[in-house]
Design a protein around this ligand. Structure first.
Ligand code: NAD
Ligand code: IPM
Ligand code: MN
Length: 349
């Protein structure tokens, strides 16, 4: 059976790392009898400059029939980030009810980390609520340019939304080390996060076999630095999960290796796979981006499409590649360029 993949390289290093991910996918799929058919879409800030929109008016409709979406990164200087992101990335997450943003972080053998994390000591997953919370279009700006200018931003937390992300996280923890941490800020935020806490506590009753606790986001950030090996699954709201996933990635060595899966667990709609990092204008076009985050995201895509053996082979190839200093990029204190890493990954396969 041919599975159809929509590829949206996007902007900056998104283009470079998506090409790398496709090369690795091609190298692994043949040997496993997996048939993937790709269609590439040029939806990006370049398209915005040309046509005045990040994607066509029927863009979401075009994507609906695909089995999965592989995305690079969105955003480029000259187009305000709220325009590029709300014109492409965020509408896909929302239209396709990709309410789980799954972001694993691991310290791989040999990879130098900035902190106390020993290789193998950190193996955690941030489960980020991906369609509600602090990311909302509700609010407004008044009196633009005047001294009494005001900006107001509303957060949306629903019982259904918090329940389903908590359930997903508890279920995932059950299959791992059976330990869940819920990120909160109920000591400083009056309405939404006390509600988050109540809903998470009520869902916990269904998972008596999973140990869980709740940590304020400030203290949790500190503990992720001081004792990252303590964590297994962390469930967090949209904004907290965004921040924690870059933090966890940095603890594990670099945001350049961090993958993510934007999942519709009901499988009604296509899910989307993308590295955690952005378009990195500071290094784009030079062929030096770390492709591992995108390649690992491609492994998550294969797993989602029912190919766990092929996915595991990619992860093993990543382990072998990162263990060799000669195939580490500059963000990991190496000197390898993107192509060298891709060659090493393909050789390891
Ligand atoms: P960024 O992730 O693009 O870059 C942050 C830093 O990390 C930069 O110094 C960059 O060089 C480095 N870096 C990131 N990925 C790397 C890789 N694979 N290899 C080596 N180094 C890497 O974050 P930013 O600078 O805040 O954002 C740049 C643009 O990307 C903005 O327009 C932002 O909105 C967008 N963005 C998009 C996504 C997405 O599409 N999912 C995610 C984050 C940021
Ligand atoms: C991410 C990114 C996006 C987010 C931005 C670019 C809107 O930081 O995927 O982590 O906050 O979701
Ligand atoms: Mn982010």
């Amino acid at each position: 059976m041919v599975q159809r993949i929509a590829v949206i390289p996007g902007d900056g290093i998104g283009i470079e790392v998506t090409a790398a991910a496709r090369t690795v996918l091609d190298a692994v799929t043949a040997g496993h009898g997996i048939e993937l058919a790709y269609d590439e879409f040029d939806w990006s800030c370049r398209r915005y400059a040309r046509d005045g929109a990040m994607m066509p008016a029927d863009g979401i409709e075009q994507l609906r029939a695909y089995d999965a979406i592989l995305l690079g990164a969105v955003g480029w200087p000259g187009v305000p980030d709220h325009v590029s992101l709300w014109g492409l990335l965020i509408p896909i997450r929302r239209a396709f009810r990709q309410y789980v943003n799954l972001r694993p972080a691991r310290v791989f053998a040999g990879v130098p980390g900035p902190l106390r994390a020993e290789p193998g000591s950190v193996d955690l997953v941030v489960i980020r609520e991906n369609v509600e919370g602090e990311y909302s279009e509700i609010g407004g700006r008044l009196n633009r340019g005047f001294p009494d200018e005001v900006a107001v931003q509303e957060s949306i937390f629903t019982r259904a939304g918090v329940s389903r992300i908590a359930d997903y996280a508890f279920e995932l923890a059950r299959g791992r080390r059976a330990y869940l941490t819920s990120a909160t800020k109920s000591n400083g935020i009056v309405h939404t996060l006390p509600f988050w806490d109540e809903v998470v506590a009520s869902r916990a009753e269904r998972f008596p076999d999973v140990r869980w606790d709740s940590e304020h986001i400030d203290a949790l950030a500190a503990k992720l630095v001081l004792e990252p090996g303590r964590f297994d699954v962390i469930v967090a709201s949209n904004l907290f999960g965004d921040i924690l996933s870059d933090l966890a990635a940095a603890v594990a060595g670099s945001i350049g290796i961090a993958p993510s899966a934007n999942l519709d667990p009901t499988r009604t709609y296509p899910s989307m796979f993308e590295p955690v990092h952005g378009s990195a204008p500071d290094i784009a076009g030079r062929g030096v981006a770390n492709p591992v985050g995108a390649v690992w995201s491609a492994a998550l895509l294969l797993e989602h499409l029912g190919h766990p053996a092929a996915a595991a082979r990619i992860v093993t190839a990543i382990e072998a590649t990162l263990a060799n200093p000669a195939s580490r990029t500059r963000d990991l204190h190496g000197t390898a360029d993107t192509a060298t890493v891709v060659d090493a990954l393909v050789a390891a396969l």
